[in-house]
Design a protein around this ligand. Sequence first.
Ligand code: PLP
Length: 336
Amino acid sequence: MNRINYPDRVKLASMPTPIVRLNHWSRELGVDLYVKHDDRTGSDLSGNKVRKLEFHFAEAQARGCDVVVTCGGVQSNHARATAIAARQLGLDAVLILRSRTTPPGGEPVDGNLFLDRLVGARVVWVTPDEYRSREAVYERLDAELRLAGRTPYLMPEGGSDEVGAWGYIAAVEEIAAQESEMGVRFDAIVHAVGSGGTTAGLVLGTKLAGVGAEVRGFAVCDDTAYFVSRVMSIVERTVDRYQLRIPFSSNELRIDDRYKGVGYALSRPEEISLIKSAARTDGIILDPVYTGKAFFGMVDLIRADRLSFGRRVLFVHTGGIFGLLAATSDVVPSLA
Ligand SMILES: *Cc1c(COP(=O)(O)O)cnc(C)c1O
């Protein structure tokens, strides 16, 4: 295995995150099921976005930026992690948040949004339509900030681009070291797919770190064709910019879109029921938007065909605790 040449990074995440065997679910499903606890990359900075942000903020600092601009849904984990990390590094954050209320911004100030507000991030509310053409909003803010003498760093949704991809390239190298320590080889690495950056990093990482596991993603919105093209474009830009010599074709991507349910951030009763069951058996706290759906899809496929992911399966818990805490009213009725 060759040494991987990483771009600059700042330290934000607590790493390595533990890998733990889920005893109840392993017995239940008849496979060895492990969880990679990226929900423990920190407390305020918990989740998968922190890994990407280590590389983004290094780039922002190298370019002399003093404010970061990013976007997401009203309960975006990425926006919250960006807002907090910005403060910790002495920068300001501007968050373009997609709201479903009229006028936009009527949602309760809880969960991630509460933390965005607590650290004093500037929030720019947009409608779902404006969000779809958010390049215009980025351009407007970029011009406005420059006029005010600021130097903005523009980061895409989820931090998912050729810079953010390094977060999960590094995570795979971390997993490879843990495989050696544990004397285990994983057959599959399972995760939720929201903006594609985690998937892009994972697939590049397995190639660069010589990890044999197959990367299996579950889309939480949109569909397989959309994500294959999105992930491929991140992979290609990463390969180009950093001159990685790795062959990769879109046929190698496995992204399942059958478990997004009724839509982004909307839960079905069976998903809520699985979140409850995971909490009450192995004490795993999943979130309704991402990890709950991916875990549901994984369990469903293993039940239908026990070895559909191989014998040893690693589920990457990508976080989302604050989103769960903002959605308790969906769960509370089932807690009796
Ligand atoms: C953003 C997010 C994901 C999806 O990661 P992407 O890199 O955006 O695909 C999964 N889980 C949680 C909890 C997230 O916040």
